[in-house]
Write a protein that binds this ligand. Structure first.
Ligand code: NDP
Length: 261
């Protein structure tokens, strides 16, 4: 067993139907964890569960909109009945949208807070009692470098992601004596369907072609590249492992050196 073995551990991953969440579900299973993969799209989840199975892992899928507390309660019950308990919660589900602040639609503000911040509150609140009862557990939230720094046109997304770090730190302080660690990962631009959406937006709004838009995002990193979802997944596996038991209340950047705090 390596440093990051997760044999015998049970994990829940939200937003696991594609992108970073899919990579995390696969990596946790590869490290030996049993996984409950969740998102709204049942067909995409079935594909992820099949991919985990094909690689020799165990993965259940549960459809859930994490902005709806009643659906989060169902996810909690389903995960417990499939796996017999939960040791690792990965809050990954999220969405990005941009708008100028002048005439910012209130609806977009509420949507961005609901999916990127309130959902993390609902899901963490649902699973925290289980982790506390066991006296051992991990909550890992995929935030963003937009949780520490901001840019034009992302007021709502940046506010929600900054909020997620406040929640992470408060929860870390509150759960530390219960043996539960709570951390965030802050990626720069990752090569996922979300970033493809950002690229299409840039094409529509700026007249750049797709290659130029992708290159512009790559240039935002000192490493001049997009992050791979597997890099975020590898750090998630490490934070979930016993080796990381001393790390809590942290927000770790995976961004090629763009933000150094
Ligand atoms: P994708 O858009 O590729 O995937 C998002 C995932 O979240 C999908 O599985 C989607 O599934 C799920 N999801 C969206 N809305 C809901 C909802 N209401 N309820 C449940 N699940 C939902 O995004 P990424 O993989 O790129 O991003 C994952 C996380 O990483 C997000 O929190 C994002 O903010 C963060 N991040 C991403 C970066 C990037 O450059 N891509 C950079 C920094 C942070 P479905 O639609 O089936 O529900």
């Amino acid at each position: 067993m390596g440093l990051a073995s997760l044999h015998g551990k049970r994990a829940v991953v939200t937003g696991a139907s594609r992108g970073i969440g899919r990579a995390i579900a696969l990596a946790l299973a590869e490290a030996g964890a049993m996984v409950t993969a969740s998102a709204r799209s049942e067909s995409a989840l079935a594909e992820v569960a099949a991919a985990v199975g094909a690689a020799g892992g165990r993965c259940y899928s549960v459809a859930c909109d994490v902005t709806e507390p009643s659906q989060v309660a169902r996810l909690h019950d389903a995960a417990l009945s499939h796996m017999g308990g939960v040791d690792i919660l990965v809050n990954n589900a999220g969405a990005a949208a941009s708008h100028k602040f002048l005439n910012h639609p209130d609806e977009l503000w509420h949507q961005m807070l609901a999916i990127n911040l309130t959902s993390v509150y609902y899901v963490s609140k649902a699973f925290a009692p289980e982790l506390v009862k066991q006296g051992n557990g991990r909550i890992i939230t995929i935030a963003s470098i937009a949780a520490k720094a901001a840019a034009r046109y992302i007021a709502a997304y940046a506010a929600a992601k900054h909020g997620v770090l406040g929640l992470t730190r408060a929860l870390a302080a509150e759960l530390v004596t219960a043996g539960v660690t709570v951390n965030a990962i802050c990626p720069g631009y990752v090569d996922t369907p979300m970033t493809e959406g950002t690229i299409s937006n840039m094409v529509q709004r700026t007249g750049m072609d797709e290659t130029q838009a992708r290159a512009a995002l790559e240039q935002m990193s000192p490493q001049r590249r997009l992050i791979d979802a597997d890099e975020v997944a590898a750090l998630t596996v490490y934070l979930a492992s016993d080796a990381a038991r001393g790390i809590t209340g942290q927000a770790i950047n995976v961004d090629g050196g763009a933000v150094m705090y």
